[in-house]
Design a protein around this ligand. Structure first.
Ligand SMILES: [Cu+2]
Length: 377
């Protein structure tokens, strides 16, 4: 039988256990936010996971809700300098990129995890590169610690203390910064809350599909006859490109590296009922994604997924130098154009993608009541 003294002792034990639990929780939170330090020895004891990055618009496998505690995620990216076709008219440009794709791959971790990136600059390249992570803290976003010349590699580790979608880009210094960025050198990092994406009322927002769209402005110089010029190397193209860049009028504005990279056979695919998450980045210019025939059910324009999202947007604004996030459940089948709703930029300059959605048409949502025909008096 429990006497009064035992009851009080029991309460005291319970109280101290819950005090300890809440102080452990508080310590973990402070650790995740970078307000408390972990020593090198403590970091060495954390679980490590190697991630194989995939080419956009697809995204490497990841947990939407973090399983277990903080993890060190190992990524590897190779820097590329290649002459590539960037439109459907055979225009070639010297494209510089993270891992051979424009944008570079989307990296996904959770708040409090560590990103450990091995950045490799192959010997056949001619340029020095580095990486500035807007999601990291210190040393120019890592830019100050990651300068690699051809034939070198570097390893950077940072703690993901900020939740959200953030760009990363090359920033080797001076006029090289803008030139490398408009040559294709940017990508994005998505830092999810450990307990998953939410709608602002505490309800989880799980997604069935995630797509990463990176918008890129290119500046390809023309000769005196109006034909696009070609060059023997990135540095050979520099003087003409820099002059054109400074006029701030892109020759091409494209999704995922080239006109047509997300249309036709390359279209993003979904089914009616699929909850789709779109991450959209632009490292250099403002843009405004719009799904023709659809919406953003939940949108974090600035990538601020810690905050309550905006709801039911028609078009959302992505500031140059950032990545935004939109969540949409498709309700009708068909081919949806995913565009930058500056329609000159979408249609004339290239910033158009497609989402092909399969499923059954819903007449209640929309119906052609009578087909086009002669005007009735
Ligand atoms: Cu670079």
């Amino acid at each position: 039988m429990m006497n009064r003294r035992n009851v009080l002792t029991g309460l005291a034990v319970a109280a101290s256990a819950s005090t300890i639990a809440s102080s452990v929780q508080a310590k973990e939170k402070a650790m995740a936010k970078g307000l408390e330090k972990r020593t090198e020895e403590e970091i060495a004891k954390l679980p490590r996971k190697k991630i194989d990055l995939v080419d956009p618009p697809y995204v490497h496998e990841h947990d939407q809700i973090a399983q277990g505690g903080p993890t060190v995620y190992e990524f590897r990216m190779e820097l590329k300098e290649e002459e590539k076709e960037i439109d459907d008219e055979g225009t070639k440009a010297w494209v510089m990129s993270f891992n051979g794709t424009v944008p570079g791959p989307l990296m996904v971790v959770h708040e409090g995890d560590y990103v450990e990136l091995t950045l490799v600059n192959p010997a056949e390249n001619e340029q020095e590169h580095n990486i500035d992570f807007h999601g990291s803290t210190g040393a120019l976003g890592g830019g100050g610690l990651t300068h690699v010349g051809p034939g070198e590699q570097v390893v950077l580790r940072f703690k993901a203390t900020k939740v959200g979608a953030f760009i990363y880009h090359c920033a080797p210094g001076g006029p090289m910064i803008s030139w490398h960025v408009v040559s294709g050198m940017s990508g994005a990092l998505l830092v999810l809350p450990r307990d998953g994406l939410k709608d602002g009322d505490g309800n989880l927002l799980p997604y069935d599909k995630i797509f990463y769209v990176g918008e890129q402005d290119f500046y390809v110089p023309k000769d005196k006859d109006g034909n696009y010029k070609t060059y023997t190397s990135p540095s050979d193209s520099y003087a003409d490109t820099a002059e054109l860049m400074r006029g701030l009028i892109p020759s091409h504005i494209v999704f995922n590296g080239a006109v047509g990279a997300l249309t036709g056979d390359n279209a993003m695919k979904a089914k009616v009922g699929d909850r789709c998450l779109f991450v959209h980045s632009q490292a250099n210019r403002d843009t405004r994604p719009h799904i023709i025939g659809g919406h953003g059910d939940f949108v974090w324009e600035a990538g601020n997924i810690h905050d309550a999202p905006a709801r039911d947007l028609e078009t959302w604004f992505i500031r140059g130098g950032s990545a935004g996030v939109a969540y949409y459940t498709f309700r009708q089948p068909g081919v949806y154009a995913y565009v930058n709703h500056n329609l000159i930029e979408a249609i004339d300059l290239g910033a158009t993608g497609h989402i092909v959605v399969e499923g059954d048409w819903n007449d209640d949502l929309m119906k052609q009541v009578s087909a086009p025909g002669p005007i009735k008096s």
